[in-house]
Write a protein that binds this ligand. Structure first.
Ligand SMILES: [Zn+2]
Length: 81
């Protein structure tokens, strides 16, 4: 692998998982006003049906697909592509 910027051969390949989940941080006030019941509603509407589906084997063929991305990092000039 040759860097397109400086033509150096000192290049490493990094494999980055694209299906990263970024957790949003909410303020304390948000949790007091909305957070507690919103989490409860979300649990009822998403976790509970998901559990039923799991028990009856519905959607068991579903697969979690992790797409991996290769990032080339030049150790000479720091160029990534
Ligand atoms: Zn380079």
């Amino acid at each position: 692998m040759i860097c397109p910027k400086c033509k150096s051969e000192n290049v490493t390949i990094q494999i980055v998982n694209e299906s990263k989940l970024v957790k949003a941080h909410h303020s304390f006030i948000w949790w007091v006003l909305i957070g507690w019941w919103w989490t409860f509603i979300k649990w009822i509407f998403f976790t509970f049906p998901a559990l039923i589906f799991k028990i009856f084997g519905i959607g068991s063929r579903k697969k979690i697909v992790n797409t991996q991305k290769r990032i080339n990092v030049c150790q000479n000039c720091g160029h990534t592509w």
